[in-house]
Design a protein around this ligand. Structure first.
Ligand code: GLU
Length: 269
């Protein structure tokens, strides 16, 4: 079977969606039309017998808008307050949209400790598996309101890394990162016009890691380096990973249809 064809057979899929994908670039407000399409695609995947787990960013950015701040505050308590406000708003909208199709959702907020502490990881794993067996769509984010670099919980810092850990906890067979770029290039295409696109990665070696430049966007926190780190982790856990452009949310349909969209990292043997 052709490698892309085999994507059609994936059963348990983690889909990470970034802040820049679910908000309007200018205003930073939630892009309701896009989120609605996203949810419809997920409900349709479930109707095809797939299990989906969403890792959604957006808490901090949306909280900033709800609180009518001009920019994301630099100080930690204010940023964490934004996250606490925004996470509630985000979940309210997800619940409403999934609810329109009679689908159930659950909020799961993780800290670094949720995976580094064996006991916490076991509980997180059991919760995810139970939610899936109850036909619930888990919607995951970092617990930004309490986790920070300097706290004893530690933090993931970006949802690319978080989604790779979620892939491990739920034993998913595919991770899709919906990002603001088409996938992996040999160099930063925004700076080097000769950069070429990489469709398929079989092994993640040093060379490839060097290609991942840390260029983040204004609203998200993950650059290509975090995506390659995520790919390493996810593929080592036996999942394929695809980075694709979230500008066109229907790329998810195309990927699940076996089309050659984005960069595919093949699961390690
Ligand atoms: N957890 C952050 C939020 O919801 C996003 C982190 C990221 O963009 O990777 O705002």
């Amino acid at each position: 079977m052709n490698i892309r064809e085999s994507v059609k057979e994936k059963k348990r899929i983690v889909i990470k969606i970034g802040t820049s994908t679910i908000t309007h670039a200018e205003s930073g407000n939630i892009n309701l039309g896009k989120l609605e399409k996203f949810v419809r695609i997920l409900v349709d995947l479930r109707s095809q017998g797939k299990e989906v787990i969403v890792v959604s960013s957006g808490a901090i950015g949306i909280g900033k808008n709800v609180l009518r701040l001009n920019e994301v505050p630099k100080d930690l308590p204010s940023r964490q307050a934004c996250a606490a406000v925004g996470q509630g708003r985000l979940m309210m909208i997800y619940e409403k949209l999934f609810g329109e199709y009679g689908a159930l959702t659950a909020q799961v907020l993780l800290t670094k400790e949720s995976v580094s502490n064996e006991e916490c990881a076991m509980h997180a794993r059991q919760t995810f598996h139970r939610l899936l067996s109850l036909n619930v769509v888990p919607i995951v984010n970092e617990n930004d309101a309490i986790s920070a670099d300097e706290s004893s919980y530690g933090n993931f810092g970006d949802n690319d890394t978080l989604s790779a850990y979620v892939t491990m906890l739920v034993d998913a067979d595919l991770l899709i990162l919906m990002s603001d770029i088409d996938g992996l290039f040999t160099d930063d295409p925004r700076q080097n016009p000769d950069a070429t696109f990489i469709h398929f990665v079989e092994t993640i070696d040093e060379n490839l890691e060097k290609m991942g430049k840390g260029a983040g966007t204004a609203v998200g926190t993950g650059g290509m380096a975090t995506k390659i780190k995520a790919a390493k982790l996810a593929t080592e856990c036996g999942a394929d990973m695809i980075i694709a452009n979230g500008d066109d949310i229907h790329n998810i349909d195309r990927i699940m249809n076996g089309d050659d969209i984005g960069t595919l990292f093949l699961a390690a043997k």
